[in-house]
Structure formats: structure tokens, C-alpha cells
Design a protein around this ligand. Structure first.
Ligand code: FAD
Length: 345
């Protein structure tokens, strides 16, 4: 019998992010399977009422909130104090939270303060055997483990994108405000602003249906003996814009930039997919001008439908890494695809 607390922060406009609804869905499913458990919600933010109302139809038995200007922005000292206070007020034995950058950096410390334990990057919670267990991937997403703990409270930080978001409807929620008085020493850090790329320069879109991956082939000499990097840039950006896809890259291509060679100007190491890069989650993936080597394709673990375009019929994709391989010139294929998308409007 557990007291399950879903702990999350509200957005700057007072709403709840999709990742918070995913944590809520995981907690709700867990509560359904663990007999005798209760399920409560804790919200941190400048205001929390609108967020609580937006999910008021969910079966949570209680809402807790820590509110005020001091809790509007990400800051370790204030976020940790708020999270600790809510966990204590709720007497939570299990805390489920979305793995946002704001909560991920705070919650392991909160678990320590409460004498509990924390697990991050969790991709599943299950109580069907009558005992709570979590799933988590190890060794760059190659092995999946299921873990149980006896220590409580157990803080479980869930990877965004790994759960279905709950569709609890709105209503009117009664929120119990938990008072937190911060000492001056907890207010020393001030967020002056957020620097981020312009919206059209943003190429990493975790919510996109499609991951479009570029490889070093885009910068290699082509059949005419010349490189065509400006054409490559135009084709790739044109496709990203119309398909609203997220952009990934092979390591070779992003490394070329560091070596001073001609590369696609909008790529950074943040775009790199693979063993030393990221492991994004998307419904579909299309790889272009990339060889499909193991250290790269291991980053495709959570792409459900994989396709690739390469000139090499013996590339890694052809050896079982892709569902469909087009042995073709990616310049020609993407020109045609962009034309078709433009015609479709
Ligand atoms: C410890 C370690 C960790 C690594 N981690 C990563 C990682 O995280 N991510 C990663 O990506 N790599 C990683 N690598 C590197 C990886 O092994 C490969 O070297 C790299 O992925 C190759 O990149 P690529 O396929 O873009 O380039 P290449 O191997 O140069 O392949 C280019 C491909 O483009 C094709 N091509 C050329 N022109 C065209 C055209 N017009 N149309 C279609 N196809 C065309 C060619 O046929 C070729 O197959 C790692 C390596 C090591 C040793």
C-alpha cells in the first residue's frame, strides 16, 4: 500500500507540460494496480490553481501546492525546499515526477533529505505483481533492467516521451497550500533571462513524429567530383520546415565542423545520435547519407519505424538496421520529396 505523489512544476503561463501529464498517467496506472494505494498531486510554481483545475477530473484524492514569486523559476534552493515540503505534507512513500531539467537536478537531493532513494531516466512503472517495480535502460540503451526497492520514499523520475500523457479533463480542484518560508540564503540565485535559438533555428523537436538524420555523405564529393554543401543545407532545412521533423546527425558529420571542414551550419553536437550522442524517441526515423554503423544506430533504439537513404547497398542499414533502405542518391530523393510536400501545401 503506497501513497503515490505526482510532483511537478507549472509552466510560466501556469499550465502543465506534456511531460507532467505523462508522469500523471504513469502514477494513475500504478495506483490502479497497487491495491489500497492512494494518489495525490503536488504542484510548484508562481500559481498552481489553473494547472490543478486542468486535471481536476483525475482520480487524485488531494492536491498540494507551493506557490509564490519565489517558486516561479528554476532554482535549486527554492525548488528543493518546495519539493521537500510537499513530500512531507503528503507523507508520500512513492514520488513520481517528470524528468525535466528543472526537476531532475533537484529531486535526487530531495530524496537524500528525506532519507529515501531516487531513480532517474525511468521508462516504466509497474505494480501488476503486487510490488512496485520500475524499468530503466543501461549501457547506452542496450539493456533494460527492472528494479524494486524497499527504501521509502522512493523518488521516480520518468523520462519525458516514454509514457502516454493522461487525458484527465478539467474541473475545479481544491489545493492545500503548503507554506514554505525561504531564508535569504536560498534566494541568492536569480534567473536573469533565457537564451534560446530563434524558433526557426530550433532543429531539435522532441515532440516531432519524424527524426530526420543527416550523415557525412551530404558533405562528400558527389558523382560530378564536387561537394554540394549549400544545396544540402537548402534541401535539409526545406524538409525540416515542411515536415516539422527533428534533426539528428551522425558523429562524423558534427565532428567535421570541429575540424574546420565545410559542414551544415545549423548542426551542433546536440544533434548527434548514438552511443556518444542521444537516444531520442520518435515514431519514425529517416536517415540520409549515413552509413548506419553500430555506434550510430544504437541511438535509434526507440525509433519505431526506420528508413534510410544511402548510395551504398552494403551499408549498416542494409545489414538489418533499417526496415526499409532506399539505395539512391539522397540529393535526388530529397529534392523530389520536398517538391511533393510543397505541392501538398
Ligand atoms: C566509441 C565510439 C563512439 C561512437 N559514437 C557515435 C555516435 O554516438 N554517433 C554516431 O553517429 N557515430 C558514432 N561513432 C562513429 C561511428 O562509428 C561512425 O564512424 C559514424 O557514425 C559514421 O558517420 P556517417 O555514417 O555519417 O559517415 P560515413 O561513414 O562517412 O558514411 C557516409 C555515407 O554517406 C553515403 N553517401 C554519400 N553520398 C550520398 C548520397 N548522395 N546519397 C546517399 N548516400 C550518400 C555513403 O555511401 C556512406 O555510406 C562512434 C565511434 C566510436 C569508436
Amino acid at each position: 500500500m503506497e501513497t503515490i505523489l505526482v510532483l511537478t512544476t507549472t509552466e510560466s503561463d501556469g499550465s502543465l507540460a506534456k511531460s507532467a501529464r505523462e508522469a500523471l498517467h504513469a502514477a494513475k496506472s500504478l495506483c490502479d494496480t497497487l491495491a489500497g494505494s492512494t494518489f495525490v498531486i503536488g504542484l510548484i510554481g508562481e500559481t498552481v490553481q489553473a494547472a490543478a483545475d486542468s486535471i481536476a477530473a483525475c482520480p487524485a484524492t488531494k492536491y498540494y501546492g507551493v506557490t509564490g514569486a519565489d517558486f516561479s523559476q528554476s532554482r535549486y534552493a527554492s525548488d528543493a525546499a518546495a519539493a521537500e515540503a510537499i513530500c512531507k505534507a503528503a507523507q508520500a512513500t512513492v514520488v513520481i515526477a517528470p524528468g525535466t531539467s528543472r526537476l531532475s537536478r533537484v529531486l535526487p537531493g530531495v530524496a537524500q533529505r528525506l532519507g529515501g532513494r531516487a531513480d532517474t531516466h525511468v521508462t516504466g512503472v509497474d505494480g501488476s505483481s503486487g510490488v512496485l517495480s520500475i524499468s530503466r535502460w543501461y549501457y547506452r540503451q542496450r539493456m533494460e533492467a527492472q528494479t524494486q526497492r524497499t527504501q521509502r520514499p522512493w523518488v521516480i523520475v520518468v523520462d519525458p516521451g516514454s509514457q502516454t500523457p493522461c487525458e484527465c479533463g478539467s474541473g475545479t480542484a481544491s489545493v492545500e497550500i503548503v507554506p514554505v518560508t525561504l531564508p535569504e540564503s536560498s534566494k541568492r540565485t536569480t534567473v536573469l533571462g533565457i537564451r534560446e535559438p530563434a524558433a526557426d533555428a530550433q532543429t531539435i523537436r522532441p515532440d516531432a513524429k519524424l527524426l530526420f538524420v543527416t550523415g557525412a555523405g551530404w558533405t562528400k564529393k558527389q558523382a560530378d567530383g564536387q561537394t554540394h554543401v549549400p544545396d544540402a543545407e537548402k534541401l535539409i532545412l526545406g524538409f525540416l520546415k515542411t515536415a516539422r521533423a527533428s534533426l539528428g546527425s551522425s558523429k562524423s558529420l558534427v565532428d567535421l565542423g570541429g575540424e574546420g571542414q565545410a559542414v551544415l551550419s545549423f548542426l551542433t553536437h546536440l544533434n548527434q545520435i548514438g552511443q556518444t550522442g542521444s537516444t531520442p524517441r520518435h515514431q519514425k526515423g529517416l536517415s540520409t547519407c549515413c552509413h548506419g554503423e553500430e555506434p550510430h544506430t544504437v541511438g535509434w533504439r526507440f525509433i519505431n519505424e526506420r528508413r534510410a537513404i544511402s548510395l551504398d547497398p552494403n551499408c549498416g542499414w542494409a545489414r538489418g538496421k533499417a526496415d526499409v533502405l532506399y539505395v539512391a542518391d539522397a540529393f535526388a530523393v530529397m529534392t523530389r520529396v520536398n517538391d511533393l510536400l510543397a505541392a501538398k501545401g
